[in-house]
Design a protein around this ligand. Structure first.
Ligand code: NAP
Length: 826
């Protein structure tokens, strides 16, 4: 007997359920199998949201309930064969009706107890098990859903119940002895002795699988997820990370504690006690053998097995002369933390006993401070103990391997390699078992530290000079990666010398898929294959990359970007949400690089927000800047003809645009009129004194694919003839050109003397799409001068412009720890 467990991301859509049913069908042909399933991807969160909404009388719970019903009913239509559909529908309707009743009850009493919450949550797994069984039946495999509440008995500790192993094992054995069909068992849920529903803790489906495996003396328990087993390090941060063929239970526990959350830790106990191997397999790559977890892992010649990390922790330090040689200080300190239910990630104490340093999650910092200061109130008053020192934005790195204890010098090697790579270690902890060496580094140096340690302990995988250069690049997350601008960013960053795309984020509809399957790739160049392999995440995922390029809609960017900046990321945004904020640079690197000084005024400790102007504004202001410097600007009138790609995808319908022009683009005229004044304004070290110019704009959408055309009429404050103006444009360059930034065009402005220039089709790709082409300079009877310019809206006006802004920000080190990678010598 083998037990196979499939998590929510493996069964997030009907397509994925069918794919999983195919895997189960193949496995069931060769072996006796028992299947455990989680709720469909995202459903448990929705159930919690609905219960919370009902408890506070928020009617949104009805909307969520409707959404759940629609999603499961349409999955039933897609998955169940014609013969089984009526029966499947009636089963899922019964569960959904019960769910509606529960929510109604919660809304009436205005409260959702843990007991009620468990019963609400149980609906997710009960529904998915019925639908997975239906998909198997439709494939001709005899299968049936099994409600684990009839098998697993627990105490009444709702939310995290403890299992009665003896009774549960008996029931499991009795049930499986009778079962003739493949059992699709609900993960996560159970019952107490009063027949009330209980749950086994978040991630408890893994535990259910281990319980079944232990009870049935299975030959293996397989956790099917969407990664290639347990990796030697986080592949988003370490380019050379590889799948570990084997691990011991202890190594798995250490790696999972420090971030490698592939298996729910309590799963290990029943597996270990009953000597059952755990296998971590990938539903997206079923041919791959994955990672095998056993009592003693098979050695592979490396003392270090894996390196994991937690990328956001706070370091707290209690110190004082009154602590030296005084017994019981540590007991009181950790007792105070325990009373407030604060979990301590790492502890380190110098032998002088003058200070104790410990790490906690940032959310626990305030509670820890209050608890510790109250505990040591008397000592603090008398000056024996100082105020708790709190520092944030650190990462804990754990170097894990059972064989480390038999080989001298492992710790020495870790620290010397970090020293050679300029990584400062702030705290160290090592248990006497030497299974795990943990160290705390600045969060910004996490990727560098992980790569340096990985290269040192897996030298045969250590990259060549080219690979080292790749590893030293700054990891980038793209928000809105599947959209028009996101795609351009991904294409532009292929082979970028400083940045490398490690995370791609889009909406729920794309999440969980490989990027290549989620995106409708619209560019003429091929998709970079390594990005195609990345799994798309939602905004809920914790972003690891220090640099975030945002191509989100303004409504999403509004709340998300400040949160990321507060978490220490440098966010470069294309959205309009923060452009006009007084403390946010609206940057065109050739025009106003000094505006990056505004970042000091931002409320974030380490991160920052930098914005890229509106796509038409960028071309316009680049053309205005040399004229402003040489002659001074008067009034400016602009008429734009903007490309269809500026409206995102699918944007404006072809029926609206072909043979037509749409003389309105929401908010665009206001942006052109206000943004130019901020960008051309003077930064006095505190704020921007906006430029004293008047811009009047009229914006039109035209049937051009890419490239915005802007017709400009303007007055100048001092006399200038055409030659003077053309010379000002032609000789213009800025800091990006002087610094040789990777995305800077050689010449940002090109004047074309042809009477037919500029045209979007001919000129949008000037300077790889980063230069603005100007033409048709001539007298204007009203304002003095007029001309036409073309700039690429999704390159210079969005993706390329944002990347150049990111390069400028990194070159100026606006965020601590983010600097251009050093050139790698051969
Ligand atoms: P788009 O083609 O419509 O793309 C929108 C992107 O946002 C998609 O990747 C989409 O993912 C993602 N998304 C939607 N809802 C989401 C959610 N709830 N969570 C996470 N991601 C979500 O738009 P675009 O043209 O690329 O424009 C993006 C931003 O850049 C906008 O603020 C726009 O004003 C600005 N901008 C655009 C241009 C231009 O020329 N296009 C120029 C300058 C600035 P799914 O594919 O999964 O839906």
């Amino acid at each position: 007997m083998r037990i196979l467990k499939f998590g929510g991301s493996s069964i997030s859509t009907p397509d994925r359920v069918r794919h999983v049913a195919g895997i189960i069908a193949r496995e069931a042909e060769q072996n006796n199998v028992g299947i455990v399933v989680s709720a469909f991807g995202g459903i448990t969160d929705l159930l919690i949201e609905a219960a919370d909404a009902a408890a506070i009388g928020d009617d949104r719970y009805r909307v969520i309930a409707r959404e759940l019903r629609e999603r499961h009913e349409s999955a039933a239509e897609e998955l169940a064969g014609a013969e089984g559909l009526v029966a499947v529908r009636s089963k899922i309707d019964a569960i959904l009706d019960e769910f509606d009743d529960r929510l109604h009850g919660i809304s009436l009493v205005g409260e959702c107890s843990l007991r009620t919450r468990d019963s609400v949550l149980s609906c997710g797994e009960r529904l998915s098990s019925i639908l997975v069984a239906a998909a198997l039946e439709a494939k001709g495999v005899a299968a049936e859903a099994c409600d684990a509440r009839n098998l697993i008995l627990t105490d009444s500790n709702y939310g995290n119940a403890r299992v009665d192993f003896e009774v549960s094992f008996e029931r499991i054995n009795a049930h499986f002895a009778e079962a003739e069909r493949v059992q699709i068992v609900t993960g996560f849920i159970s019952r107490d002795k009063d027949s009330e529903t209980t749950t086994l803790g978040r991630g408890g489906s893994d535990f259910t699988a281990a319980l079944l495996g232990a009870a049935l003396s299975a030959s293996s328990v397989e956790i099917w997820t969407d990664v290639d087993g347990v990796m030697s390090a986080d592949p988003r941060l370490v380019t050379q990370a590889f799948s570990l063929p084997s691990l011991s239970y202890d190594e798995l526990m250490e790696l999972s504690h420090f971030g490698a959350k592939v298996v729910y830790p309590p799963t290990v106990r029943p597996a270990r006690t009953h000597h059952i191997p755990l296998l971590i397999r990938n539903t997206l790559n079923p041919g791959f053998s994955g990672t095998r977890i056993v009592e003693r892992s098979e050695g592979n010649g490396h003392p270090v097995r894996g390196i994991s990390s937690i990328n956001d922790i706070a370091l707290l330090r209690l110190e004082g002369d009154g602590m030296v040689g005084v017994p019981g200080i540590a007991k009181r300190l950790f007792g105070a933390l325990a009373r407030r239910e604060i979990s301590v990630v790492l502890i380190s104490q110098a032998s002088s006993e003058h200070s104790i340093c410990f790490a906690v999650e940032p959310a626990s910092v305030e509670s820890a401070r209050i608890g510790v200061e109250a505990e040591f109130e008397l000592e603090r008053r008398d000056g024996f103990v100082n105020d708790l020192v709190i520092e944030k934005d650190f990462s804990v790195i754990a170097v894990v391997g059972e064989a480390m204890s038999q080989i001298p010098g492992i710790a020495g090697k870790v620290f010397s390699v970090l020293g050679e790579n300029g990584v400062n270690v702030r705290a160290i902890a090592q248990g006497s078992s030497e299974l795990n060496i943990s160290l705390v580094v600045d969060r910004r140096q996490e990727a560098r530290a992980l790569n340096a340690i990985h290269d040192a302990f897996f030298p045969e995988l250590a990259p060549s000079a080219a690979g080292r250069a790749a590893a030293s690049k700054i990891p980038v997350a793209i928000l809105g990666a599947t959209g028009t601008v996101g795609q351009r960013m991904i294409a532009w960053l292929e082979d970028h010398p400083w940045f490398t795309v490690k995370e791609v984020i889009a909406s729920e509809a794309s999440a969980g898929k490989r990027y290549r399957d989620a995106v409708r790739w619209l560019l003429p160049t091929a998709m970079p294959p390594d990005v195609g392999d990345l799994v798309v995440q939602t905004l809920d995922a914790s972003v690891k990359s220090p640099l975030v390029l945002s191509a989100l809609d303004a409504s999403l960017a509004g709340p998300v970007e400040p949160e990321l900046a507060a978490n220490g990321h440098l966010v470069v945004s294309n959205a309009g949400a923060h452009r006009m904020r007084a403390d946010v640079p609206l940057l065109i690197p050739e025009v106003n690089p000094d505006h990056l000084g505004l970042i000091e005024k931002q409320p974030y400790q380490k991160g920052a927000i930098v914005t890229n102007p509106n796509c038409s504004t960028i071309g316009l202001v680049l053309a205005l800047k040399p004229l402003a410097d040489a002659f001074g600007l008067g009034s400016i009138n602009v008429v734009t003809m903007q490309a269809a790609s500026g409206a995102g995808f699918p944007g404006v319908s072809s029926l609206e645009l072909i043979d037509n022009l749409v003389p309105f683009i929401g908010g665009e005229e206001e942006k052109l009129e206000s943004e130019a004044r901020k960008i051309l304004g003077r930064f006095d070290g505190h704020c921007i004194d906006t430029a004293d110019i008047t811009v009047s704009a009229q914006c039109n959408r035209v049937a051009v694919l890419d490239g915005h055309t802007v017709c400009v009429s303007l007055g100048l404050q001092s006399e200038a003839n055409s030659n003077d103006i053309i010379e000002a444009w032609s000789s213009f360059s800025g800091q990006p050109q002087h610094l040789g930034l990777p995305s800077a065009p050689l010449k940002p402005l090109i004047y074309d003397h042809s009477p037919l220039a500029p045209q979007p089709r001919l000129h949008r790709l000037a300077g790889r799409g980063m230069a603005v082409t100007i033409g048709r300079l001539r007298p204007c009877a009203i304002l003095g001068h007029k001309f036409v310019l073309v700039s690429h809206n999704t390159i210079r006006g969005a993706a390329g412009g944002a990347i150049l802004a990111a390069e400028m920000s990194v070159a100026q080190s606006v965020v601590a720890g983010l600097a251009p990678p050093a050139k790698v010598e051969n």
